[in-house]
Design a protein around this ligand. Structure first.
Ligand SMILES: NC(=O)c1ccc[n+]([C@@H]2O[C@H](COP(=O)([O-])OP(=O)(O)OC[C@H]3O[C@@H](n4cnc5c(N)ncnc54)[C@H](OP(=O)(O)O)[C@@H]3O)[C@@H](O)[C@H]2O)c1
Length: 335
């Protein structure tokens, strides 16, 4: 069967399309899944390009969607032919977070889904949303679940609230769609006029070009009549946090998700305490969160924005496209 592995090399040259051994039949509690799609995340890019260290031969990609080909003894949740979806933290099934780091995350600490067949415990998967394609479903385990966790689980979003989203990548576009479906107003930023136009078409009420407006945090406050954003979906990290503090409403919530501008930096602590705002760090979510999100997506009718789909053999080209920043929403593989 085909797979992709991370080998020695510079940058994305590390990606090697290879033939892997078939994993065989599932044991007790396991399922055998024919994987048909992945979606690309910034985290996968970091693993595949060497920004994050991976073991030699690691099979990348955290998100995988496919069809159950066989079930092992004792598996009652899934049957042959079911459409299933991977989870980001296989050991975090429900309740409070048990995971720090990526030591047990597919495509990082353990092998991921850039391969045609996987045999793993049934608890490492959930069902897909009904009627979705494998590509659409593969957008969910990392990006969508992070947006869901930011808004629904930790953000405490209510109809009438204002949400600030940043840029037009996977997490932010899901956050915009979910926030709109929940009756919130969305202020969105991007670096490009064309993308800002698309954000308006998707329902963002106020738009800011963060490249042209360096003080965009205060602009958010002005555009919201002095109130600011009740929830900030913070994907930038160190370089954007000061603006996010200026953008957040008094008593609002900044959900720290991303590191696009750096992993650490100075925090204007006086401004933060002046805002009486909460900063809440999140890393994706549990399997139970994913099950609840899938029900929520089915109820709202939200469908992912899949920008482009590549064959598994073209994974390097797919990441080069992500790196170029041309995408709007998610990039997928299909195989
Ligand atoms: N904590 C978690 O659980 C978690 C989960 C998923 C992702 N993340 C992190 O969240 C971040 C985004 O991930 P992703 O997968 O959504 O990435 P992605 O799909 O590659 O999106 C990147 C987009 O972010 C925007 N961007 C880049 N620099 C920006 C800046 N300085 N200010 C505002 N927007 C900026 C750009 O949008 P425009 O082209 O519109 O400017 C770019 O297209 C990454 O740091 C990733 O590691 C964290």
């Amino acid at each position: 069967m085909r797979c992709v592995r991370v080998r020695e090399g510079e940058g994305l040259e590390k990606l090697s399309v290879e033939t892997c051994d078939d994993p065989g039949q599932p044991g007790a509690g396991e399922i055998r899944v024919r994987i048909h799609a992945n979606s690309l995340n910034f985290h996968d890019f970091a693993v595949c390009s060497g920004r994050m260290q991976a073991d030699d031969g690691r099979i990348p990609m955290s998100d995988g969607a496919g069809i159950v080909e066989a079930v092992g003894e004792g598996v009652s949740e899934f049957a042959k032919g079911d459409a299933v979806l991977s989870v980001f933290f296989p050991d975090w099934q429900k309740d409070r977070a048990t995971a720090t780091g990526f030591g047990r995350t597919p495509g990082d600490g353990i092998d991921g889904f850039a391969r045609e067949v996987v045999v793993a415990p049934a608890t490492h998967f959930t069902r897909q949303p009904k009627g979705w394609s494998h590509e659409e479903s593969a957008t969910l385990p990392t990006a969508a679940l992070t947006a869901w966790r930011a808004l629904v689980v930790e953000g405490g979003l209510k109809p009438g609230d204002t949400v600030l989203t940043m840029g037009t990548g996977g997490v932010s576009i899901f956050a915009l769609q979910m926030a709109k479906a929940m009756g919130a107003t969305v202020v969105a930023t991007s670096s490009s006029k064309e993308k800002l136009d698309r954000l308006r078409e998707m329902g963002a009420s106020e738009l800011i070009n963060y490249k042209e407006d360096e003080d965009w945090g205060h602009t958010v406050t002005k555009l919201t009549g002095g109130r600011g954003a009740d929830v900030v979906v913070e994907i930038g990290g160190a370089g954007t946090l000061p603006n996010s503090i200026n953008a957040v409403a008094i008593g609002g919530r900044i959900v720290m998700i991303g590191v696009l501008t750096g992993a650490s930096g100075e925090v204007p602590t006086a401004a933060l305490s002046g805002k009486q705002a909460t900063v809440h760090g999140v890393t994706v979510g549990s399997r139970q969160h994913q099950i609840e999100m899938i029900e929520g997506l089915e109820a709202t009718g939200i469908k992912p924005i899949v920008d482009r789909t590549f064959d598994l053999a073209d994974l390097k080209a797919a990441f080069e496209y992500e790196k170029s920043g041309q995408h709007f929403g998610k990039i997928c593989t299909s195989f």
